[in-house]
Design a protein around this ligand. Structure first.
Ligand SMILES: Cc1ncc(COP(=O)(O)O)c(C=O)c1O
Length: 396
């Protein structure tokens, strides 16, 4: 008898779809109209894009020649530098590395910083893709808690105890998905001290940083912090609402000698793949020049949906809107009389409203649901009203 074929252990994922996904597909097959409050693909949310400018640059003749460069095309990196300049931070183009996605940027950084089974700290709750990224890059991932007391903060006491000798990177998501919480100056100060003490790099995922609900003087950015080796991640999937164009970046910062050493190694990693396509790099200066207009549409939608949630949840004691400071999502605390899964299945099967349960994002306790603020307003309002009605009825 032949032995069964062996796949890598890192791919031993549970591959069965969960009940929520199965029921959703079943309803869609029956052509039931579902109010999808999880939609976070901006290209499916009815925004108007400056279509001519986005497409025009793709047909230019210079897209026919290939001039590979590990850090990415200089004009594209200058455009990223200019984008940060407009936001008030000085970032020279030689600190910019282009990648095809933020997920790829994480992979490059884990390859740069960690040996197999070295330790990386991520926030909890946060985006579910992180556990796959850690897993695929052979790092030992552990989560540090965020705590909510009317606003979200890093539970610094717990985070401090999680650092160990082989903690190679500490990841902050700023603002976090889905809690919408920003990193505060005080937190950055403590993290800087901890990272310096343990020789740990700080990675700050700022993909949602253009979507802040208001100005806050306490908000911190790693772009101006050169005390430890750090990396800021951004990209056009969120900044321009163009995930299909596949372009992100890493900004490196820190003490000069470390930045130099890290940059040379990062160049080799990037040169091995050269994964960013030429047309997107050539188009980036024009695309970024139109960002205000794209972001206005997205911010208006987010603001309207968040205000609606605020108003509606004020009318009930059964559902609390957790305070968010930015990002594309809202978190609602609902009664724990049923599990998150039971609630989400009831919303789906009886009310035809699709939401994500908190456990998808590794919340410490139940019961929470997550909704996307990008959802078209009328769909959002109808969906939220149906959910609130079921919650106030108290029965599934
Ligand atoms: C916090 C965060 N980082 C990174 C990503 C992935 O971004 P990209 O499309 O650039 O890979 C996402 C996607 O939603 C995200 O929520």
């Amino acid at each position: 008898m032949t032995e069964p074929f062996l796949f890598s252990r890192r791919t031993n994922w549970p591959l069965e779809p969960n009940k929520l996904t199965v029921d959703l597909e079943c309803l869609r097959n029956q052509e039931v109209q579902i109010l999808d409050l999880t939609e976070s693909n901006p290209t499916r949310c009815g925004f108007s894009y400056p279509q001519d400018d986005i497409l025009k640059s793709l047909t230019e003749e210079n897209n026919l020649s290939y001039k590979p460069s590990p850090r990415g095309d200089l004009r594209a990196r200058e455009a990223v530098s200019q984008y940060y300049g407009q936001r008030g931070s000085q970032v020279s183009p030689d600190r910019v590395f282009l990648t095809a996605s933020t997920s790829e940027a994480y992979s490059y950084l884990f390859r740069l910083l960690a040996n197999p089974s070295d330790h990386v700290l991520f926030p909890r709750p946060s985006y579910p893709l992180f556990s796959f990224l850690g897993n695929l890059n052979d790092v030992r991932m552990e989560t540090y808690p965020l705590a909510y007391d009317g606003q979200w903060n890093i539970d610094m006491e717990s985070a401090r105890h999680l650092f160990c000798d082989d903690t190679r990177a500490f990841v902050v998501v700023d603002p976090n998905n889905p809690t919408g919480s920003f990193l505060r100056r005080e937190e950055l100060k403590e993290l800087t001290a901890l990272c310096r003490q343990h020789n740990t790099a700080l990675i700050c995922d700022e993909v949602f940083s253009d979507f802040a609900f208001d100005r806050d003087q306490e908000r911190a950015s790693l772009l101006d912090n050169d005390q430890i080796l750090s990396f800021v991640l951004g990209g056009i999937s969120k900044t321009l609402g163009l995930p299909q164009m596949k372009l992100s970046w890493i900004i490196i910062n820190g003490p000069q000698d470390l930045v130099k050493k890290a940059s040379l190694r990062l160049e080799v990693i990037a040169d091995t793949y050269l994964s960013v396509n030429t047309p997107t790099q050539n188009a980036l200066p024009l695309w970024l020049s139109r960002r205000k207009e794209i972001q206005e549409g997205i911010n208006a939608r987010i603001s309207q949906n968040y205000s609606f949630l605020k108003e509606e949840t004020k009318k009930t004691r059964d559902c609390e809107l957790l305070v968010a400071e930015g990002g594309w999502y809202a978190v609602l605390r609902i009664p724990d009389t049923y599990s998150e899964e039971e609630w989400a299945l009831a919303f789906l099967n009886y009310d035809h409203v699709f939401v994500h349960p908190g456990y998808f994002f590794d919340f410490d306790s139940e019961a929470f649901i997550i909704v996307s603020l990008l959802t078209l307003e009328h769909v959002f309002q109808d969906g939220i009203n149906r959910i609130l009605k079921r919650i106030s009825g108290g029965e599934l």
